[in-house]
Design a protein around this ligand. Structure first.
Ligand code: TXA
Ligand code: MG
Length: 342
């Protein structure tokens, strides 16, 4: 299959530019597209055969269900049995945006989307290209992150091309993703919220609406996570990754002592200033700027994986707010290897 790379001009009418790709989705083809979180690998979410192609293109285990992307609440209603008052409040507050909610599914949702289960995950992306594409297709778009299974999620079209060249009809290039981490996945039950996957809509933000807790399996690392995708090894570069935690002074001292030319570093700008210049150092933001860290994490892991390094030290961040999602993904990349440098 020849993959077309389509540059989207954000200053011109999007409906016109995406119309052919909405039609391609309706025909059952795969189209990768930008969202505000990461790039998605899209298929017509109501077409069982099209959805099957997603699993083949990614090499994804078939028990891992997909998120359906909608352009608003009217499309959501066709996919679910009911919307509770709490769910309605969360939708009002955070849609369109990086919040995926898990609902009891309606009969039109194919088994391939839900992994055979009785629930369906739905979100309304905030990215204008994603919105235009869903409207052009006129159907919900099933879309996992547009990476090969196990690799970091792509946050720009070049990273999608690396993994998906020859596997999809087109990649719509809408620039870099603003957030850089996948959406929060959450479910409401008995007026409580459980976060299955932490993201940019944080536990703290959801707590304003109802008592909110992270899925136990994510906290303890034991038991089966409620989002099947969270049980898989993910994002890991070939070289082992070690997360370093401690006070800024101790972190800097540790990194200096462990600096070697064939060691990779994923560190703050502050720490990098204390080390020699090296192509094996990836700066992922100022120490307290978690937005920047989130936006650069996957790019950093992908970059360091192209470098001849034998191990990678990563500077951790506080697991509060957006830091919960950052540390969740970083821990997966590191296989939960943590070095306490205090
Ligand atoms: O930000 C995002 O959510 C991106 C963009 C493209 O929208 N998509 C994404 O999809 O990250 P994916 O397939 O890579 O991750 C979906 C996660 C998986 O962990 C999956 O197990 C979980 O959501 N999930 C999907 N449907 C579910 C369901 N019915 N119940 C529980 N977890 C579900
Ligand atoms: Mg994914």
């Amino acid at each position: 299959m020849k993959t077309e790379l389509i540059h989207i001009d954000m200053n011109h009418a999007l409906a016109e530019q995406v119309a052919p790709w909405g039609a391609a989705l309706r025909r059952g083809e795969l189209v990768a597209f930008p969202t505000e979180t990461v790039y998605g690998l899209g298929a017509n979410g109501l077409d069982e055969a099209a959805v099957r192609k997603i699993y083949l293109a990614k090499g994804r285990p078939s028990d891992n269900p997909l998120i359906l992307h909608v352009n608003g609440i009217a499309m959501l209603r066709t996919l679910v049995q009911k919307i509770s008052p709490l769910e309605a409040k969360l939708i009002q507050a955070y849609w369109p945006g990086p919040l995926t909610l898990v609902f009891p599914r309606s009969a039109i949702v194919p088994d391939r989307v839900t992994g055979g289960g009785e629930t369906v995950a739905v979100r309304a992306p905030a990215h204008p290209v994603a919105q235009a594409l869903i409207s052009a297709a006129g159907v919900p778009i099933a879309a996992p992150s547009a990476n090969l299974s196990g690799r970091p999620s792509p946050c720009n079209a070049a990273a999608v091309l690396t993994d998906m060249d020859g596997r999809v009809a087109a990649i719509l290039d809408g620039g870099a993703c603003r957030i850089g981490l996948e959406s929060t996945v959450a479910a409401c039950e008995d007026n409580k919220i459980t976060v299955y996957r932490p993201g940019a809509v944080t536990v703290e933000m959801l707590s304003q609406f109802a008592p909110t807790a992270l899925d136990d399996a994510l906290v303890t690392g034991k038991g089966i996570p409620k989002a099947p995708g969270m049980k898989y090894r993910h994002y890991a570069p070939k070289a082992p990754v070690y997360i370093c935690l401690g006070t800024p002074e101790r972190l800097t001292k540790f990194m200096k002592e462990h600096y070697e030319p064939d060691v990779g570093f994923l560190i703050s700008a502050e720490t990098a200033r204390e080390l020699p210049l090296s192509p094996h150092i990836y700066v992922w933001g100022e120490r307290l700027n978690q937005e920047a860290m989130a936006a650069h994490l996957y790019d950093g892991l992908l970059y360091l994986d192209t470098q001849p390094v034998r191990k990678i030290y990563a500077e951790g961040t506080a697991a509060i707010g957006l830091g919960t999602a950052i540390m969740n993904r970083l821990n997966k990349a590191a296989g939960y290897h943590v070095v306490e440098v205090d």
